[in-house]
Design a binder for this molecule. Structure first.
Ligand SMILES: *Cc1c(COP(=O)(O)O)cnc(C)c1O
Length: 424
């Protein structure tokens, strides 16, 4: 048997001589588009690239409106504010997500209510949502995590019954489909990120989607210093500028630049094909690793008609690996395949980047609120188990190559399985 790479043996894949597909992806189309923007002198502010991208993204997602903005954090904040979420309101979100999902709730002076997730998808548990609803609940933020989809049928049923807004955090799910409907077209608002690691990127950026004209007007104003959006009547078509509409909404500048939008226009043309390839490779990889004892693929609901991946993830059971802790398993796998293999996000009640109580000047509205926003008051046993014992995640770019790449990942996991004992 070949020695494990972590113990000095040859890796299954030497990423120096046989690199993984690169991310991000670009070519001369982006180069040309960026130069076009540069030379036009129109670098921001409702320019032609932004307008084009918003239209393309709305069409692609199957919604009436898409409004792009600076990043996927401010888009969540805009979504909450557009729904009128603020002081006194509670917002229910999963305990397993990037800290921005919760931090933006604080930033609108509402209270994040952390609930547990399903252990087979790592997405918010609809039963936990129902248990957490109070007369103060105003919205739910389901997060379609990694290669999984929230049970949107259940979530929409609960939201309807209790008259709640649903803001889908789609930072991992551009192009993913539930029952033929794209992520971001099911709830009231969808929020997406174009940060560098996401599978549609301009380095930074974000977009919100909605079918509601009323929400659209508010979202557009919120990103643009409160100005009511331009429309057929108010546009000065010659100059392409706004006619000042006066008092509408207090807000600041969360606008995207034309450079970002130019890249996004080109990147969105490539994404459907990339998503399809990742989806096929993801299915293939799941079929291979399902045969290895102690490896549990994520559950794929029959209603997930198209999967989108930010990370590929699976569950690990150390009892089948001679008791090898998951932390060691991830190190061994990283060494075999030459790309970082990580844990899931930290549960938000223990997250090193989610510390509301470090900012009393901003968040200590009163003593009751101060106690409410302490994340330690929430109990998230499933999130804990996932993060500390089971989760294995790797960036989506490993799914962007060939079947041979996929077979290498499965072979690397098998190799660690066969020699788990040598790491103990
Ligand atoms: C990336 C991400 C965000 C925030 O997006 P940024 O563009 O980085 O601000 C929000 N939610 C989730 C789940 C994310 O992964």
């Amino acid at each position: 048997m070949k020695t494990l790479a972590l113990l000095g043996g040859a890796p299954v894949r030497d990423a120096k001589t046989n690199p993984w597909p690169k991310w991000p992806v670009w070519d001369e189309k982006e180069e040309k588009a960026l130069l076009e923007v540069l030379n036009s002198g129109v670098w921001s502010y409702n320019g032609p690239k932004e307008t084009e991208f918003n239209k393309d993204f709305a069409n692609y997602t199957g919604v009436k409106y898409a409004i792009s903005a600076a990043n996927g954090t401010v888009t969540l904040q805009m979504a909450l504010e557009a729904c009128g979420v603020g002081v006194g309101d509670e917002v229910i979100l999963p305990g397993l997500t990037w800290q921005a999902t919760a931090a933006t709730i604080l930033d609108v002076n509402a209270t994040p209510i952390l609930v547990d997730v399903c252990d087979d998808t790592w997405c918010i548990d609809p039963k936990a949502i129902e248990r957490a609803i109070t007369p103060r609940t105003k919205a739910i933020i389901p997060v379609h995590l990694y290669g999984s989809f929230c049970d949107m049928d259940e979530i929409m049923r609960i939201a309807k019954k209790h008259n709640l807004y649903v803001i889908e955090d789609c930072a991992h799910k551009h192009g993913g489909e539930w029952n033929g409907k794209k992520a971001g077209s099911i709830g009231d608002i969808g929020s997406f990120s174009f940060q560098l690691s996401k599978h549609l990127t301009a380095g930074e950026g974000g977009v919100v989607t909605t079918n509601s004209f009323e929400l659209y007007e508010r979202l557009d104003a919120l990103r643009n210093c409160g100005r009511r959006p331009v429309n057929e009547e108010t546009a000065d078509k010659g100059a392409g500028v706004y006619v000042d509409q006066g008092n509408f909404l207090q807000s600041g500048n969360y606008r995207i630049t034309e450079f970002q939008a130019a890249i996004l226009v080109e990147a969105l043309k490539r994404m459907p094909e990339q998503n399809k390839n990742r989806d096929e490779n993801g299915k293939y990889l799941n079929s291979l690793i399902a045969k290895i004892p102690g490896i549990i693929p994520m559950k794929r609901d029959a209603r997930e008609t198209e999967e989108a991946y930010f990370n590929f993830s699976f569950r690990y059971d150390k009892s089948k690996f001679k008791g090898l802790p998951v932390q060691q398993f991830r190190k061994a796998l990283t060494a075999e395949i030459g790309i970082q293999v990580s844990a899931s996000y930290e549960p938000l009640n223990k997250c090193s980047l989610y510390n509301p109580l470090t900012k009393p000047a901003r968040h200590k509205l009163n003593d009751a609120y101060w106690a409410e926003i302490n994340p330690k008051r929430f109990d998230l046993p499933v999130c804990d188990r996932i993060h500390f014992e089971e989760s294995v995640c790797v960036h989506h770019k490993v799914l962007m190559g060939t079947k041979a790449d996929i077979e290498m990942i499965a072979a690397a996991i098998q190799k660690v399985y066969d020699q788990a004992e040598s790491l103990l």
